[in-house]
Design a protein around this ligand. Structure first.
Ligand code: ZN
Ligand code: ZN
Length: 661
């Protein structure tokens, strides 16, 4: 190894001896950075001022507001986690510390303690943290031998840290000390705690000590989650978003809006769709079904169980067994289908396929079952039984690009309809240097990957190429939908498959009269209906657009004498095709309006004496408020226009639209 390294900094080229500290370089060549930044990056790796340089590269300042701000924020949160541990040890004597890393949106620290921390504890801890932060404690990096580090932590009674040092440390280890608190840690850290402007402790949870080791005597820890930002405004935005996300949680809204539930009596991870949730799902299924029919798809149905043999042929029995539910029928092993593909293949195979027959597009709302670990189940997003809007396209290799384009076009149309204006696309490719991992030969991969990329390019779509992230059986395109709160949700997927056509020997007769290998595309636009609806609930905050709303119109009679007229209005709306109800309860109008608002019903039609007299309704919209009086015909005409157009936005009634004469 050479004794010196070449470092670029702010346009200068320096020849430095290896091991030079960042601070020494900055003091001499860029002293301003010591004030304006919290650290540097070297080859995209964050370093703090106390760290040593060991490689050639360019130093870039880590600034709270700049391009490197996410790394700066990570550093800030990591330092805050140390302050959290310091505060806890000052307030709760004898509590051992575990680990305390930064996370995607904050940090946590684990503590060895029987009792969970209470909300009052968190308040006291946060108060102490603010005090510690204000004292501008220096974050001092200490480098020492493994033995010395072990001794320091053993003397403090930090047995868990000693365990970590023994398992993880090299000959030399690093620790960071602020005040009396010292932590075994690789860093990097802020120069001092005064650089942490805005903090908040969020919640607590129980956690196992080093769960990856799966040890029976692994003690339970009490984890405290928190976050930190470089500005109070950023922290407020984060907390507001978090509050909004809680309000939009599909598990909570699923119950509040009477859409679905999970039932302990039946088992975890299986959703029971109530009539209102069923209505939403029915609309969503029907919409896609009609789209698919108009785009040349066929509808097929396949049974839920099939002999083990089918899954041996497909390979699932060998590679996917731990996720499959099996059952005995007539002393034979059957499998509850975890995927629909083999079923569609059986239909394809029933007959000789000529090049003129292709493509064949088989679609099915296929319910599948997968044995997910109960620990990873999460509302509608991770379930054991779910319905895919699954389709398999069997085509000639020269048709792949056109078929992929067709699937992309459908995916874009669906996303637009549901108001997902933002999305990310990944194109996952194989790695030619990693051949063992993939089925199929280089020619197949080349053809398929080009077809996918050409399809994306010809539609002008922006996407990210992800090398070595293809499925073992073929390249794929994945959509990630960005919801109203800026969060990403798994969306449509289009995957090529070289594996199943081989395993099942899928062929077609070419124009040369010979048998050729059929190409196969798996595609799901919604993915799973459960996950898609769960995502929609959070995207809309439960306020479904008119065409999806389980109840589109509720008629609110002001007094009992208006009930009969209200029934007439609801009947007229029902006849026009709207889902309409009457709130027949006696009680104050204000309370009825509040209930309708809470249920997020799009339109309230209020009827009283004047409305009856004029044969009108007073229209109130859930977000826009009172819209004025209209004849029922005028209202229905406009509502139906929005429903037919599947309008996503909240429209007020427009003056220019009147009922047809
Ligand atoms: Zn640390
Ligand atoms: Zn499939």
């Amino acid at each position: 190894m050479s004794e010196s390294i070449k470092i670029k900094i702010d346009g200068q080229e320096l020849l430095l001896s290896i091991g030079t500290r960042v601070r020494d370089v900055l003091e001499k060549h860029c002293p301003a950075w010591l004030k304006s930044s919290v650290g540097v990056t070297l080859n995209a790796e964050p370093l703090d001022f106390q760290m040593a340089l060991h490689a050639d590269g360019e130093l870039v300042p880590l600034e709270p507001g700049g391009n490197t701000s996410s790394m700066a924020l990570q550093m800030c949160r990591h330092t805050t986690s140390h302050v959290l541990a310091q505060a806890v040890q000052e307030l709760f004597e004898g509590v051992q510390v575990g680990i305390g890393p930064p996370t995607a949106d904050g940090f946590y620290y684990d503590f060895l303690r029987e009792d969970p921390f209470t909300p009052a504890d968190l308040q006291a801890i946060e108060k102490r943290m603010r005090k510690l932060i204000k004292t501008n404690q220096k974050m001092e990096r200490l480098e020492m031998s493994k033995g010395d580090a072990e001794k320091i932590f053993a003397e403090k009674g930090e047995d868990l840290k000693v365990e970590l040092i023994r398992d993880k440390g090299g000959a030399q280890v690093s620790c960071y000390q602020q005040g009396n608190f010292i932590d075994f840690c690789t860093g990097p850290h802020l120069p001092h705690t005064g650089k942490i402007p805005a903090i908040k402790l969020l919640h607590t949870a129980a956690a196992h000590w080093r769960p990856e080791r799966d040890r029976e005597d692994s003690p339970m820890m009490q984890r405290i989650y928190g976050t930190a930002f470089f500005s109070a405004e950023d922290l407020k935005t984060f907390l507001d978003h978090r509050e909004e996300a809680k309000k939009r949680d599909h598990r909570r809204l699923g119950i509040d809006l009477d859409l679905f539930h999970f039932d302990e009596k039946a088992g975890p991870g299986m959703a029971y769709w109530h009539p209102k949730g069923g209505t939403v799902r029915h609309q969503i299924e029907g919409f896609l079904c009609n789209e698919q029919l108009s785009r040349g798809y066929d509808v097929v149905y396949t049974p839920h169980i099939a002999r083990k043999h089918l899954w041996e042929t497909s390979g699932h029995y060998d590679y996917y067994k731990e996720h499959m539910f099996t059952l005995d029928v007539d002393e034979q092993e059957y499998v509850l289908k975890p995927m629909n593909c083999p079923g569609h293949i059986l239909i394809y195979q029933k007959g000789t396929r000529s090049y003129r027959d292709l493509p064949l597009r088989y679609s099915e709302f296929g319910t599948v079952y997968r044995n997910e670990l109960s620990g990873v189940l999460h509302g509608m997003l991770r379930v054991r039984g779910f319905t895919q809007d699954d389709a398999h396209i069997f085509c000639r290799p020269d048709q792949i690009q056109e078929e992929v384009s067709g699937a992309l076009d459908l995916a874009l149309h669906i996303m637009k309809t549901f108001g997902y204006d933002e999305y990310r696309i990944d194109l996952s490719l194989h790695d030619p240097s990693n051949k063992d991992k993939y089925a199929g030969d280089e020619d197949q991969w080349g053809l398929a990957e080009n077809a996918l990329a050409d399809a994306l390019d010809s539609m002008g779509l922006v996407y990210e190429r992800r090398l070595n992230e293809a499925a073992f059986y073929g390249p794929k395109i994945d959509f990630h939908l960005i919801d109203a709160l800026g969060r990403a949700w798994q969306g449509s997927t289009i995957q090529l498959d070289f594996n199943l056509p081989e395993r099942f020997n899928l062929t077609y007769v070419g124009d040369d009269g010979h048998q050729h290998r059929t190409a196969m595309i798996h595609r799901a636009i919604y993915g799973s209906l459960e996950r898609f609806v769960g995502g929609l609930i959070e995207h809309y905050g439960g306020a479904f657009p008119l065409w999806l709303a389980p109840v589109q119109v509720i008629v609110l009679p002001i007094a009992d004498r208006h009930i009969e007229y209200a029934e007439e209005i609801a009947a007229a709306a029902g006849e026009a095709g709207l889902r309409a109800e009457v709130d027949r309860r006696s009680g104050k109008l204000g309370a009825k309006i509040r209930d309708a608002q809470t249920q997020k019903l799009p339109f309230m039609l209020i009827v009283g004496d004047r409305d009856m007299e004029n044969q009108e309704v007073s229209v109130r919209h859930r977000t826009v408020g009172d819209l004025g009086s209209f004849t029922i015909e005028t209202f229905l005409t406009q509502a139906l226009q929005d429903i037919d157009g599947r309008a996503v936005r909240e429209w007020p009634l427009r003056e220019d639209v009147t009922a047809p004469a």
